[in-house]
Design a binder for this molecule. Structure first.
Ligand code: SF4
Ligand code: SF4
Length: 475
């Protein structure tokens, strides 16, 4: 267990002596707050959801712009077509995501969790629906405690209906990244395939369950990131923290006498920061692994500070060093860009640049040479030796092309048995059987290295050289 984790007491022993190791969930009714970080969070929700829901509807050259066509083993992203051979780009993408996460976490803690993680985004959306239908925190607590009646039933049914509709649309959009979304939507609800139906319902159920019911439990118990993120923190990482020096001793106070006169700090102990917290923790107890870094407590406390006329920032983004040594904001930001984060930035920049260069210079022609092991070498006619091959030629580009196939590496090496040029449709592939012939005395008996050269007639820069071998048998 890391030092920042709080010890949660397990439930006491029951009369029969059994001890429950599962802490019973206390339902959390987060209070709505507004402020700068609330605005940032919603800006990111709008941005991410605009991308998520909108992207599958975009078209590119009369096809869906972003489509992961697993059946055809092709991924389309704008003008780029990725084939299974391009799996290296997926690795690069994962590397970029991992380093970006390291970098952002080292600079400013759980930014991803607080602002962009789908669990946060959908929970926030679902809570917004809940607030619109059932009211804010106090109204929801009262509604929970009230007996079931027509009014409560109507509110509950309305909330769940909207949640389900949102979840279903999220599931349809998800599947729309793998199946053309226009056809998918046209087939709703009864003309869908079994797998499409399964994945729509699975994703919808996951959204509904995680954002509607499980909420903070996903972050607290299911997400591994919360457990190892503290390994990426150091004393200069910006975290959300309560300034105990300024806030303590906390307590309610008379408005007439100043806080100092009453021997109090700036915390009026109103509990708004706790009520606003979606994971139900008290940030005044220090950094805890349950804190997802959403900054709702900052907004809530700032509202209180404004009301009582104190300076904002009793809870704020601050580093541990900043809190203890009283750094001002520019100093803290300067220290955020320290050796460690600069190394992360440099590595990230190199990977992104290498990926960009590689993508820009990507060869849309792929060639695999397959030797025919059943007929390695034979005498085609007196004094002429022939080897048999099959070439898998793939045109990963969005335009049709014709290709010439040549071979080099032995004097007089000739390509026979194939009609040239070889034409391929856009995004087409063809298995091309062919033979190479050479005079039996062109070189010493044995295995010789040769090279196939495949070149597009329309654009000579689209070419591939693929090595292979030619066997000259002993006479
Ligand atoms: S303590 Fe503050 S930042 Fe952390 S989860 Fe709660 S409200 Fe969000
Ligand atoms: S919101 Fe601010 S003033 Fe109120 S209890 Fe929390 S830290 Fe204290």
């Amino acid at each position: 267990m890391n030092a920042s984790e709080k010890i949660v007491p397990i439930a006491p022993a029951a009369d029969d002596g059994t001890v429950s190791l599962y802490e019973v969930r206390r339902k959390i009714h987060p209070r709505a707050v507004s402020g700068r970080f609330f605005a940032w969070r919603w800006a990111l929700i709008f941005a991410t959801q605009l991308v998520y829901y909108g992207l599958p509807w975009l078209e590119w050259n009369a096809r869906q712009a972003v489509l992961f066509d697993i059946g055809a083993r092709r991924f389309y992203i704008g003008g780029l077509v990725f084939w299974p051979q391009d799996v290296v780009y997926l690795t690069v993408l994962l590397l970029i995501a991992a380093y970006a996460l390291f970098l952002f976490t080292a600079v400013a803690g759980r930014l991803w969790c607080g602002y962009a993680c789908p669990q946060t985004v959908y929970t926030e959306l679902f809570m917004w629906v809940e607030r619109r239908i059932e009211g804010d925190r106090n109204a929801r607590i009262r509604l929970d405690a009230a007996p079931m009646g027509a009014g409560k039933l109507a509110k509950r049914a309305g909330k769940h209906a909207v949640w389900m509709a949102l979840s279903l649309w999220t599931g349809i959009t998800f599947v729309g990244y793998f199946t053309p979304i226009r056809e998918l939507v046209a087939g709703l609800p009864f003309r869908l395939g079994g797998w499409e139906t399964f994945w729509i319902l699975f994703y919808a159920l996951a959204t509904y369950g995680n954002a509607g019911w499980l909420r903070e439990q996903v972050c607290k118990y299911m997400c591994p990131y919360a457990r190892f993120q503290s390994a990426m923190f150091d004393r200069d990482t910006l975290i959300i923290a309560y300034d105990g020096k300024r806030g303590e001793p906390r307590g309610p106070r008379s408005r007439k006498a100043g806080a100092g006169a009453q021997g109090l700090g700036d915390c009026v102990d109103c509990g708004i920061c706790v009520q606003a917290c979606p994971t139900g923790i008290d940030i005044r107890d220090g950094l805890q692994y349950e804190c997802i870094g959403c900054a709702a407590c900052i907004d809530g406390c700032n509202q209180v500070m404004d009301r009582v006329g104190y300076a904002r920032g009793l809870i704020r983004y601050v580093s541990q060093n900043g809190l203890e040594r009283g750094y001002d904001a520019p100093t803290m930001w300067r220290r955020a860009f320290r050796g460690r984060t600069l190394v992360y930035t440099a590595i990230l920049a190199v990977i992104v640049a290498a990926a960009a260069v590689s993508l820009a210079g990507r060869n849309p022609l792929k060639v695999d040479v397959l030797r025919d092991r059943g007929a390695l070498a034979r005498e085609a006619e007196p004094g002429v030796i022939e080897n048999v091959y099959r070439l898998q030629v793939m045109n990963t580009d969005a335009v049709a092309r014709r290709y010439s196939i040549e071979a080099s590496g032995l004097p007089g090496l000739a390509v026979v048995g194939v009609a040239q040029p070889v034409a391929l449709d856009a995004e087409g592939a063809k298995l091309v059987p062919l033979r190479l012939r050479v005079a039996a005395d062109a070189a010493a008996p044995g295995t010789h290295r040769i090279e196939f050269v495949v070149t597009a007639l329309e654009d000579a820069t689209v070419a591939r050289r693929e090595p292979s071998t030619f066997i000259l048998p002993r006479p």
